[in-house]
Design a protein around this ligand. Structure first.
Ligand SMILES: *[C@@H]1O[C@H](CO)[C@@H](O)[C@H](O)[C@H]1NC(C)=O
Ligand SMILES: *[C@@H]1O[C@H](CO)[C@@H](O)[C@H](O)[C@H]1NC(C)=O
Ligand SMILES: *[C@@H]1O[C@H](CO)[C@@H](O)[C@H](O)[C@H]1NC(C)=O
Ligand SMILES: *[C@@H]1O[C@H](CO)[C@@H](O)[C@H](O)[C@H]1NC(C)=O
Ligand SMILES: *[C@@H]1O[C@H](CO)[C@@H](O)[C@H](O)[C@H]1NC(C)=O
Ligand SMILES: *[C@@H]1O[C@H](CO)[C@@H](O)[C@H](O)[C@H]1NC(C)=O
Ligand SMILES: *[C@@H]1O[C@H](CO)[C@@H](O)[C@H](O)[C@H]1NC(C)=O
Ligand SMILES: *[C@@H]1O[C@H](CO)[C@@H](O)[C@H](O)[C@H]1NC(C)=O
Ligand SMILES: *[C@@H]1O[C@H](CO)[C@@H](O)[C@H](O)[C@H]1NC(C)=O
Ligand SMILES: *[C@@H]1O[C@H](CO)[C@@H](O)[C@H](O)[C@H]1NC(C)=O
Ligand SMILES: CC(=O)N[C@H]1CO[C@H](CO)[C@@H](O)[C@@H]1O
Length: 493
């Protein structure tokens, strides 16, 4: 994680920490809100505080839900039992409620107008969300809504949709042929839908006898040509915005019944009256219930920017990226990642150089060569070593390449050193070419030893120097390595 993000997160955590004692006092002295005995669902709909059904279960009368079970299937209604607004969902993290709004229709038969309705919706304190659209369906249709924002009842908008028997009506395209839509302004607490026709649908009666008009949440309706003949829905899902009371955060936070407590902060981004709560970043739950916002484990969810899942460490409200022993850096994909420390690089190179690839006779000689390499590398004289000590007519080009990688790894300036992934990818490529060219670099059935060198680049269990044998790197290990390392090489260091 970038340092400035980390600092910001820590600042937020520090700020919230001051609210924790207040929460503890409330929890200890006041009775539990909402009461434990409250209904938590009605039919398919979860009822979440500040909403509630029954005495002591809701924050204020604005949030009363009545679960009507008289028809067999439980249906949650908004408000007291006289209410007829059907609730289909409620969200406390977005402070929205979804209701099933009535669809307006206007139908004709050969004698002319046959049936119509003109539904209206009136809300006391909730608002119609601008995340809805107003949609009209029909081939001889003009449709509009009139609404009210605060005192201003002169709001309205609408659209016209026309088509004939031979029109090309495109499924999914609500752009004037058989279907039209307009945006919904922010803040309406009342709306009424009106439909009308130009010709009583007389020329297209078989294709489209009725016009329809409704508010619908964006993404919840796709127009299809069959809607013209037979639109079966009498209600459509629409979103309402809500907030608590009519005070702003500043004033509400001093009230006894202020709700945003414990990892929950007051959110004044809402333009309507009242305040909203939301969980602090890195927390989730119901921000309107004290103590319900709990830590998100970003590592478990893979919701982090560390190089690998196993470099991610969850912390309260956030996460940290770590590097394995012998590596340093910020551990993030887009940051410096994890770079091998100088001593680790020496171990790797020494391991590669002492491998059977050089065809030395005994382990004794391998070991002393390794020590020699180590010392030489420290002095930055690797190329000299290769020339003087090996005196091979043709030094295997792979050894030269590895040496070059090593040389870059050993640069004094950390920014010039390649990242751990780059080293892994380069070594992988070099070793792959060794497998191709040299029969002695062949697969071995010994899985534990196989690819020890390469695995060490991505795992953190690395201790041995002399036990590393490049000749035991099998091609299956290359495959599994490439899955782990063939990620885009980060451009930054
Ligand atoms: C509840 O969900 C089931 C299955 O998703 C659905 O068939 C049913 O119509 C839903 N009931 C209500 C009242 O929405
Ligand atoms: C439940 O709904 C029915 C109509 O569906 C209505 O007649 C009845 O009064 C309602 N009951 C309550 C308790 O709201
Ligand atoms: C709200 O919370 C639910 C459940 O915790 C989660 O699935 C959803 O993504 C959240 N939505 C937003 C906008 O955060
Ligand atoms: C047309 O609708 C009207 C009103 O519903 C009805 O009285 C009339 O019988 C219908 N005509 C035909 C031909 O169906
Ligand atoms: C509503 O109208 C009344 C009287 O016209 C006015 O005093 C009040 O400030 C208005 N309220 C808003 C929110 O515009
Ligand atoms: C539509 O029908 C009504 C009632 O029958 C009639 O008064 C009106 O003239 C008709 N309009 C058109 C354009 O045909
Ligand atoms: C509408 O169509 C889009 C794209 O085809 C699809 O992703 C979405 O689920 C559909 N929505 C509904 C309500 O059918
Ligand atoms: C449009 O969608 C309906 C069902 O939604 C389907 O029956 C019809 O074949 C589709 N038409 C075209 C042109 O894709
Ligand atoms: C704010 O809410 C309180 C309590 O619900 C109510 O008494 C008061 O009239 C409201 N004030 C305004 C300006 O709406
Ligand atoms: C948060 O509230 C939900 C529903 O009310 C409950 O199921 C959950 O256990 C609560 N979580 C915590 C941490 O209190
Ligand atoms: C340490 C180790 O297990 N090395 C093995 C590498 O592979 C060769 C055969 O390819 C074995 O003889 C070694 O024992």
């Amino acid at each position: 994680m970038h340092l400035n993000i980390l600092l910001a997160v820590m600042a937020v955590i520090a700020a919230s920490a001051q609210e924790v004692p207040a929460m503890a006092v409330i929890a200890a002295s006041a009775q539990e809100v909402p009461a434990a005995a409250c209904e938590t669902s009605c039919g398919n709909v979860s009822i979440t505080y500040p909403f509630g059904s029954g005495e002591g279960c809701y924050y204020s009368s604005d949030f009363l839900v009545t679960c009507n079970r008289s028809s067999g299937e439980p249906i949650p209604f908004f408000g007291p039992s006289s209410g007829n607004v059907v609730i289909s969902d409620m969200s406390t993290n977005t402070s929205e409620m979804e209701i099933m709004g009535l669809v307006a229709y206007d139908c004709y038969n050969i004698s002319g107008p046959a049936e119509r309705n003109q539904p209206w919706l009136s809300l006391r304190d909730f608002r119609i969300s601008s995340k809805n659209k107003f949609v009209a369906i029909g081939c001889d249709t003009y449709a509009y809504f009139s609404g009210r924002i605060g005192n201003d009842s002169g709001i309205g908008s609408g659209c016209v949709a026309m088509c004939g028997e031979n029109s090309v009506v495109i499924n999914g395209s609500c752009s004037g042929v058989g279907c039209c839509e307009v945006a919904v302004p922010e803040g309406m607490n009342y709306r009424e839908v009106f439909l009308n026709s130009f010709n009583n649908h007389s020329t297209i009666l078989d294709l489209n006898p009725c016009s329809y008009g409704f508010f619908v949440a964006q993404g919840k309706f796709n127009f299809s040509a069959t809607n013209l003949h037979d639109f079966k829905s009498d209600r459509m899902p629409m979103l309402l915005d809500w907030a608590i009371g009519n005070l702003t955060c500043d004033k509400a936070k001093d009230m006894e019944n202020f709700l945003c407590k414990g990892n929950s902060v007051c959110d004044q981004s809402y333009t309507g009256p009242g305040y909203r709560c939301r969980c602090l970043e890195g927390y989730e739950g119901n921000p309107y219930v004290a103590g319900n916002c709990t830590n998100i484990n970003e590592c478990e969810r893979g919701n982090h920017d560390c190089e690998d899942d196993d470099k991610c460490v969850d912390i309260e409200g956030s996460f940290r990226c770590t590097c394995p022993k012998g590596y340093s850096g910020d551990g993030t994909k887009d940051g410096t990642g994890c770079r091998a420390d100088e001593s680790t690089v020496i171990k790797i190179v020494a391991g590669v150089s002492t491998s059977k690839a050089l065809s030395f006779d005994g382990p004794e000689e391998e070991r002393s060569l390794a020590m020699y390499f180590l010392n030489s590398l420290k002095l930055g004289r690797l190329f000299n070593v290769l020339d003087e000590r090996l005196q091979l007519d043709d030094v295997p080009s792979e050894i030269m390449q590895v040496s070059r990688v090593a040389e870059r790894c050993l640069r004094v300036n950390g920014d010039e050193r390649p990242s751990m992934k780059e080293v892994a990818i380069e070594l992988q490529g070099i070793l792959a070419s060794m497998v191709r060219k040299h029969p002695w670099v062949q697969s071995s059935p010994n899985e534990d030893e196989d690819g020890y060198l390469l695995k060490e680049l991505s795992n953190n269990n690395f201790e041995s120097i002399n036990g590393v044998h490049a000749s035991n790197v099998s091609s299956s290990t290359f495959d599994s390595m490439s899955k782990q390392t063939m990620l885009p090489i980060p451009s930054g260091r």
